[in-house]
Design a protein around this ligand. Structure first.
Ligand code: ATP
Ligand code: MG
Length: 228
């Protein structure tokens, strides 16, 4: 009797739905990769592509580095914001992120309109800062020599200063529309943010022949001006 052939699992690519998925699609298309289905039109978490050896998994943005680090995904795309927070707790396993220049925005400090942030900083007041990005916030205020009490949130940071939970927030801003709609103002720029390709270190060694063309094609597509 013949043994059943062992088929290697397809290369698994972790993406999050929303802007990262939307902005990755054109890069994949430029690389000849069509994703079959979309996270918006179905509840499927595993999407096949037009290439038998490649599938997409849809995970929370903050979970992308975890899937890649443990090798459940061979590669993924995550924001610099997410990678910076992730690497504080989990060293190793992720290979050299390549900046794809997509999902660009900035990380900023914002306060309620009318709150005199400069003055509070000058006076050495202790600030209450609400954020999902506790590592980035801690490092930012430490470098300024400002004492902060950090309050960890998981979403809707804009609300915190409006209801007295915090004096300031650290959040991502692109147009500033959300801040404005909530009567907040941006008072300090912390970092420029974009999304990066991350690779599982072991997969890069054992499946390099399959991974390299995908990496090269994504990098090539990312530097073409039509996608920036
Ligand atoms: P979830 O919605 O599942 O809680 P999330 O809010 O982190 O997760 P998104 O809002 O889709 O998910 O953000 C995913 C990534 O996109 C972020 O980690 C960041 O790198 C980038 N991003 C977030 N906000 C913006 C923005 N306003 N403009 C451009 N890119 C952004
Ligand atoms: Mg979101």
């Amino acid at each position: 009797m013949t043994q059943p052939q062992r088929v290697a699992r397809p290369i698994t690519f972790a993406l999050s739905k929303g802007r990262i998925f939307d902005e990755t699609l054109p890069l994949l298309q430029a690389a000849g990769i069509e994703v079959l289905g979309s996270p918006d039109s179905s509840r499927k978490l595993i999407l096949p592509t037009n290439q038998d050896n490649l599938r997409i998994i849809i995970v929370r943005a903050t979970d992308v580095p975890t899937y890649v680090q443990y090798g459940a995904a061979d590669l993924g795309i995550a924001g610099k914001d997410v990678l910076h927070e992730h690497s504080e707790q989990h060293a190793g396993g992720l290979y050299q992120p390549v900046d794809l220049n997509i999902a660009r925005c900035r990380m900023s400090v914002a306060v309620a309109q009318g709150f005199d942030y400069e003055n509070a900083v000058r006076q050495g007041s202790r600030l209450r800062v609400a954020t999902k990005y506790t590592r980035a916030a801690r490092e930012h205020f430490a470098s300024k020599g400002v004492y902060v009490d950090l309050i960890k949130l998981y979403g809707s940071m804009e609300l915190a200063p409006l209801v007295g939970l915090a004096d300031a927030i650290v959040d991502l801003v692109s147009t500033g529309g959300t801040l404005k709609a909530n009567h907040l103002e941006e008072v300090e720029h912390i970092a420029a943010i974009s999304s990066r390709l991350v690779l599982n270190q072991a997969a890069l060694k054992t499946r390099q022949a399959e991974l390299q063309p995908i990496i090269d094609a994504l990098m090539q597509a990312a530097i073409e001006p039509s996608h920036n």
